[in-house]
Write a protein that binds this ligand. Structure first.
Ligand code: FES
Length: 110
């Protein structure tokens, strides 16, 4: 699957997703979670691997984790790992900032 453009610039992306927050965005019809932390922007699957709440409704912390709003499992945004290994890691998607915008790369769906 090709890279999919999400925003026209990194500034636009950061304006849409406030620092320490997350937001659900559509990429080629697929909902993903975009999180913004002091370490940058991260794209991960939106549905929590535990019981499926939307991580985009969660918050982030100073450890660069996203915290699920339901049972507060914490996933590291750089690795996808849950902090205590209570469920599988989050699927992460590469983000790339180019001259003309911010792009995400999604794997092929089976
Ligand atoms: S649904 Fe996310 S921690 Fe339970």
């Amino acid at each position: 699957m090709p890279w999919i453009k999400l925003f026209n610039s990194e500034a636009e992306a950061k304006a849409q997703v406030a620092l320490t927050k997350a937001k659900a965005v559509l990429a080629d019809g697929r909902e993903i979670c975009l999180a913004h932390t002091p370490a940058g922007l991260f794209a991960v699957e939106n549905l929590c691997p535990h019981l499926g709440d939307a991580l985009s409704r969660g918050t982030t912390n100073y450890l660069n984790e996203i915290i699920c709003p339901w049972h507060s499992y914490r996933f590291h945004l750089a690795t996808g790992e849950e902090c205590k290994g209570r469920t599988r890691p989050l699927q992460r998607f590469p983000l790339e900032t180019r001259e003309d915008g911010v792009y995400v790369h999604l794997p092929e769906t089976p």
